[in-house]
Write a protein that binds this ligand. Sequence first.
Ligand code: MN
Ligand code: MN
Length: 465
Amino acid sequence: MENNAKELKEQILMKSKKGISTLTQEEIAKADEFCEGYKEFLDNSPVEREAVKYTLKLAKENGFVEFEQDKQYQAGDRIYYINRDKAIALAVIGKNGVKNGTRLSIAHIDSPRIDLKPNPLYEESSLALFKTHYYGGIKKYQWTVIPLALHGTVVKLDGTKVDICIGVDEKDPCFCITDLLPHLAQEQAQKKMGKIIEAENLNVLVGSRPLPCDDEESELVKLNVMNILNQKYGIVEGDFLSAELCLVPAYKTRDVGFDRSLIGGYGHDDKVCAYPAVMAAINTDVPDCTCITYLCDKEETGSDGNTGMQSDFLRFFIYDLAKAEGIEGYRALSLSKCLSADVNAAFDPTYASAYEPKNSSFINNGVIITKYTGSGGKGGTSDASAEYMGEIRTMLEKNNILWQTGELGRVDLGGGGTIAKYVANMNVEVVDLGVPVLSMHAPFELISKVDVYEAYRAFHAFFTT
Ligand code: MN
Ligand code: MN
């Protein structure tokens, strides 16, 4: 018997992904338009507290009201629930409530950055500087010699809170970590990448003029800086001890490329999944199952703490929803399904050897499903089941969503994790679904507009179909 190879290929082999070229110009224009809202979100959300604030504004504008414990909710009700100003859940109550479980889209809103130490301000060689402790996985050298803005919250001795944001407005000053000039860097140039800039050298220059005065006191540059902060915010040096202050890039999000197909900015990981997940909740009317978009904190440092994904906050929220419906909380949780909305590394031709191209994700090929993350023989991953992969795959195909699979780089090269495993540990079905990123964790990350929009379409389909 004769085989027709061409026909057989069509029938049983996977077609190579054509990505963006399968989209119409109208679809691409929709993606561009969607991303205008995303850019606004990103610029307003460099740190988790600000992301919560901006999400709350969007939620309130779209009819979400604050969650009330023990209240009986009706299908279509829209509620928000905030955890310590650093994490926020948006829920749309379904026709069946939580009795068949919930649909969860969970992203994180913290991003790698430079935190101030509890006792940061000092003077050396007539310069005023901040001591810092970096937050999350960074290549330290990337954070020198770029304009930085200071964001955060200070709690004064009398309990009052002061929000600080300096460097975002172009008229504001910014701050900077210095680096050694190349002329004198022969020794530095011999060092390994991780040692070029040592963590204790991530000191931020914040002033250089002494306080104008008549007496002969020491450290007048430091005093001058503290005096400026005191006059502007009413804080004293001791207040740094009860503060969360951090430095992030001071520049705004920009379109990248002659064709404006990409967006460059700080904190795409993971705001680029948070925003589509938020918009999916906002644009869901009356779903079958109660849908929850949850934006959490602390992913970049291991998801520990009461605002991280290892906290019981979301579990308790679902228990509360279940209790109001007369259902056991664990049942609602056990029947729940989740998209862990996080980014993956897009294939970069300049660093091709770090990837295995047959299983890498690519810019403009749509949203990525990552079956497992982890490192070294799948260590530290929940690894989605064939059944759940099958379910999500079918959902994406049925809804005509541009999607691809991804793995985090070549096996045994490194690795990383997401919040998926903490969700799985609650006995919930979960898989990672997100947007491919170039230069992940750098102060200027890149993503494609089309991929962001396809992520939104995926979360929306997950909630509504
Ligand atoms: Mn992430
Ligand atoms: Mn990350």
